[in-house]
Design a protein around this ligand. Structure first.
Ligand code: ES4
Ligand code: ZN
Length: 319
C-alpha cells in the first residue's frame, strides 16, 4: 500500500499523457506536429524550464471542450488515487486557454465535472488553484481574475507559474491584493530557476502561504532559517528538477539537507506526464536515490496534509 499523501503541486495541463493528447487531437480535428506517441515522447528532452514550457503550451491545443478538461482531470485523479493520493490541490492556467478562444467556463466547468465527483469516484478530495502566467502582463492577470469571478465558488486560491526569471513576484502585487480581498488563498512558484530574492518577495509582497519549489532558498542561509521558523511549506518536485536540469542528478537533490534544516518540505509531481512520474513515483524516486529513511518518508507524507488547504477535521479524515 502506498503512503497516503496530498498532492500540492500539480499542473492539470501537465498531466496530458501522449496517448490522451492524440485521442483528443483526433476527436477535435487538431493536427499535432508529431507522427505518433513515440515521436512525441522523443520531444521530452528538456534543456530548461522554457524548453519544457514550449511543448507544454503547444500540446494544450488539443484541449477544447468541457469534456476534454473532464477527461484530462479524471485520468489524472485515477492515476493519483492508485499512488496513494487522498487529496489534490490542482493548478490550472486559464490564460493559456483564453488565448486560444477557450473560455473560463469551459475550463472550470469541465474540470469540475471530474473534481466534483472525485471523492466518490476516486476517494480523492480536491481544490482548484488558478495560476497567473508570470510572463504575461499584470493587466492580463487582473483581467483573468475578473473573468474567474463567476466561478469563485469552485476556486480556492491563486498561484503564479510559467517562465520565472525576469518576472519577479512584485509584478503581481495588485492582483494578489485583489485575490486576497476576494478571500482566495495565495501561493506562487519562486526559487525554481529564479533567485532566493524572489522567494522573499513572494512572501513579503504577495503574501503567499506556501512556496512552490523554493529550491534555491538553499543559497541563502538567513532565508532558510526564516522559512523554517515561520513553517512556510515548500512544494518540491524532485523528478521535475532533474528533467528541467535545476538539479544534475536525483542523488544530488537538496531534499535531505532541506529536511535537516527544519524546512516543511513536501514531495509533488509538477507535470507528471512530462517529467517521468506521478506523486508516488516521486516518493519512490527519493526513497531509492536519496536513501531517505521510512521515518523521513512518513514525515513528507504527513507534511503534505499539514501544508494543504484542508481544514483540520478534513485533514485528519484524509490521512
Ligand atoms: C511549470 Cl515546472 C513549471 N514551472 C513553472 N511553471 C510551470 N507551468 C507548468 N509547469
Ligand atoms: Zn510547477
Amino acid at each position: 500500500m502506498p503512503l497516503p499523501k496530498a498532492e500540492l503541486h500539480l499542473h492539470i495541463e501537465g498531466t496530458l499523457e501522449p496517448e490522451l493528447a492524440f485521442e483528443l487531437a483526433a476527436r477535435n480535428g487538431v493536427e499535432l506536429p508529431y507522427t505518433d506517441t513515440e515521436a512525441l515522447r522523443e520531444a521530452y528532452r528538456f534543456e530548461d524550464l522554457q524548453s519544457f514550457l514550449n511543448l507544454y503550451y503547444e500540446l494544450m491545443a488539443v484541449l477544447r471542450t468541457e469534456r476534454d478538461f473532464a477527461d484530462l482531470a479524471d485520468a489524472y485523479l485515477a492515476r493519483a488515487a492508485a499512488q496513494g493520493v487522498r487529496h489534490a490541490e490542482i493548478f490550472f492556467d486559464p490564460q493559456a486557454h483564453l488565448a486560444r478562444g477557450v473560455g473560463m467556463g469551459t475550463v472550470v466547468d469541465g474540470l469540475w465535472r471530474a473534481l466534483g465527483r472525485s471523492e466518490e469516484v476516486h476517494g480523492v478530495s480536491t481544490r482548484l488553484i488558478l495560476c497567473f502566467l508570470r510572463d504575461e502582463s499584470a493587466e492580463s492577470a487582473l483581467e483573468t481574475l475578473d473573468a474567474a469571478k463567476p466561478y469563485l465558488d469552485r476556486i480556492t486560491g491563486v498561484g503564479l507559474d510559467s517562465a520565472e526569471v525576469g518576472h519577479p513576484p512584485a509584478k503581481f502585487r495588485e492582483v494578489y491584493e485583489a485575490a486576497a480581498a476576494l478571500g482566495l488563498r495565495r501561493v506562487a512558484h519562486a526559487g525554481e530557476e529564479g533567485p532566493p530574492e524572489y522567494i522573499t518577495e513572494a512572501l513579503d509582497v504577495l503574501g503567499v502561504e506556501r512556496v512552490d519549489h523554493g529550491l534555491r532558498c538553499m543559497e541563502d542561509p538567513a532565508l532558510v532559517e526564516r522559512l523554517a521558523r515561520e513553517r512556510i511549506p515548500l512544494t518540491l518536485c524532485p523528478l521535475s528538477n532533474v528533467r528541467l536540469r535545476t538539479v544534475d542528478v536525483l542523488a544530488e537533490h537538496p531534499l535531505p539537507a532541506m529536511l535537516d534544516a527544519g524546512l516543511l518540505c513536501t514531495v509533488n509531481s509538477d507535470d507528471p506526464a512530462y517529467f517521468g512520474g506521478y506523486a508516488g513515483d516521486n516518493f519512490d524516486a527519493v526513497r531509492t536515490s536519496l536513501g531517505l529513511s521510512e521515518e523521513r518518508l512518513r514525515e513528507l507524507a504527513r507534511n503534505s496534509f499539514v501544508a494543504s488547504f484542508l481544514e483540520d477535521d478534513e485533514e485528519r479524515r484524509a490521512r
